[in-house]
Design a protein around this ligand. Structure first.
Ligand code: MD3
Ligand code: FE
Length: 217
């Protein structure tokens, strides 16, 4: 493709949207770094391949996962936890790329969380039909730190619920390059992803990839 230095204005918008107290959507914040992020993801999954983890209840998750950074999120029959070793390889997770750390810190700072240094990056891969049911993220020790999420590839409808599973969920469309910072009172809200629709993305093809940066320890 011909390099294109100009903004022709035909892309999805950038800008910030306050979703709720503590939840800030940075539209298109990662879009111009997406190729570099995908190259890093390819290098990570060469060492720690995507896999469909087992829930404690024995179901395979429809989203495939891997991790980078000092700690990685794992699920199996014994439960959910963060651990330094990839259970599939017996080796440490690949290191967190500098570009990942900078992106997460820059996004967190935009939302008022200065000095965010994640120690885990969970990488979720959704092929069409894959989903994530409503859940809370509460396996992290320090719930005062935000979670930063980066969406790449196919669009997805994010479900943003409340503090209780039965609370009615709002739907938010997340597009390639969107970054969301989830902190403060939003940190423990239930959330999920509706089944990803069939499609093909110019950079990622038939997949959506989501990075979530966490401070777990
Ligand atoms: C709101 N991932 O990995 S990212 C997850 O798109 C997860 O793969 C989804 O939920 C995905 O745990 C959603 C957005 C997200 C991540 C963490 C949150 C939203 C959140 C934690 C608290 C509140
Ligand atoms: Fe989550």
């Amino acid at each position: 493709m011909t390099p294109d230095l100009f903004d022709h204005g035909d892309e999805a918008p950038t800008g910030r949207e306050a979703l709720a107290p503590g939840a800030l959507v940075l539209r298109g914040f990662a879009r111009n770094q997406a190729e570099g992020l995908v190259a890093e993801i390819d290098a990570i999954c060469a060492r720690a391949p995507f896999r469909h983890m087992l829930t404690p209840g024995g179901q395979r998750m429809s989203a495939a996962m891997t991790n980078c950074g000092p700690l990685g999120w794992v699920s199996d029959r014994r439960g959910y936890r963060y651990q330094a070793v990839d259970p599939d390889s017996g080796k440490p997770w690949p290191p967190m790329p500098g570009a990942f750390l900078r992106l997460a810190a820059d996004a967190a700072a935009e939302a008022g969380f200065a000095g965010f240094v994640p120690d885990a990056c969970l990488i979720n891969r959704y092929e069409p039909g894959a989903r994530m049911s409503l859940h809370q993220d509460r396996d992290e020790r320090d719930l005062s730190a935000p979670i930063v999420s980066v969406s790449l590839g196919l669009p997805a409808i994010f479900l943003f619920g409340g503090p209780n599973r039965s609370d009615r969920a709002e739907r938010v469309l997340l597009l390639h390059g969107d970054v969301v910072v989830w902190g403060g009172p939003s940190r423990l809200r239930f959330h999920g992803i509706l089944p990803v629709k069939e499609g093909a993305h110019a950079l990622l093809g038939r997949q959506r990839i989501n990075l979530t940066f966490r401070k777990t320890a």
